[in-house]
Design a protein around this ligand. Structure first.
Ligand code: G1P
Length: 290
């Protein structure tokens, strides 16, 4: 009998030093760089909330105080906005953390993604939880919502996947399917490999930074040895977990933007602006002049 599982918490690893975006990230954490006027991490949070998540667990670094500041309520600023008739903006500020809870926890050393997720263990507790990598922005919440459903129905962990050309797989975790895909894109998996050479890749399905994990994975994280790049890899913990319990992939059919490079970040900024009714008309006109 599969236990009923509601996914309430989402871990967002945000302790990285953002070196690809220096010098901007010397003062501003990468996760707070804006897409339009919304910090990237807020887009990730909105995706999680849209999938039914109630508790956001940010794994930050003590060297990034701006992250805490973003979540702290600022009554003086809200009051000033209200006094000057900018109620809509005051509402936006008041909404940060109003209908959801945020807990900030810390990764003191950059030991890898597996280690970062493990830093959320005490906060998450003994429940299934989501992991959202903030470098990857999704068009909406539907993939994560479907993944939560698959976790509840199978009782096992679930990863979001996308098919890419074989020559791109070396930058990602790659999964090994063990059976056919269902009509709604659910694939049983037996194994995963972090950043394989294309010749050694078990498929062309990559991990796209969305996970719904059962809490026993924290035990697998705790015994991780350094893997690819000398880091404690979440992929390796899932590999251990998959050896004893079901693991599924869900094929994403929604837009995905990898903002880990300045070019990807610009593409995401433009794409989100083109979906914003307040900006799209003028932006299209401007882009047509270039
Ligand atoms: C991480 C994961 C990798 C995944 C990728 C998605 O890699 O380790 O499995 O495919 O995110 O963006 P990173 O980009 O941190 O090197």
């Amino acid at each position: 009998m599969v236990p009923a599982m509601q996914v309430r918490a989402a871990v967002i690893p945000a302790a990285g030093s953002g070196t690809s975006f220096l010098p901007a990230t010397k003062a501003v954490p990468k996760e707070l760089l804006p897409i339009g006027d919304v910090p990237a991490i807020q887009i990730i949070i909105d995706e999680a909330i849209g999938a039914g998540i109630e508790h956001i667990v940010v794994v930050s670094s003590p060297t990034k105080p701006g992250i805490e500041q973003y979540f702290e309520r600022d009554d003086a600023l809200i009051g000033l906005l209200k006094d000057t008739g900018r109620d809509e903006m005051a509402d936006r500020l008041e909404a940060i953390g109003r209908d959801w809870r945020v807990t900030i926890t810390y990764q003191d050393e950059p030991l890898g993604l597996g280690h970062a997720v493990g830093c959320g263990r005490d906060v998450v507790g003994d429940e299934a939880f989501a992991v959202l990598l903030p470098d990857e922005l999704m068009g909406d919440s539907s993939l994560l919502a479907q993944m939560c459903g698959v976790c509840a129905s199978t009782g096992g962990s679930v990863v979001g996947v996308k098919k890419v050309p074989l020559d791109e797989v070396a930058a990602y975790g790659v999964v090994a399917p063990s059976g056919p895909m269902t009509d709604d894109g659910v694939i049983p998996l037996t194994d995963l490999v972090e950043k394989p050479e294309p010749s050694a890749a078990p498929s062309e399905f990559i991990l796209i930074g969305r996970y719904v994990l059962t809490p026993d994975v924290f035990g697998d994280i705790a015994v991780l040895e350094p893997g690819t790049g000398g880091e404690l890899q979440l992929t390796d913990a899932l590999r251990r977990q998959a050896a004893r319990s079901p693991l599924h992939g869900v094929l994403s059919s929604i837009a995905r933007y990898d903002t880990s490079t300045p070019l990807g970040y610009l593409e995401a900024s433009i794409a989100f602006a083109l979906h914003d009714p307040d900006l799209s008309g003028d932006l299209r006109t401007y882009l047509a002049t270039l």
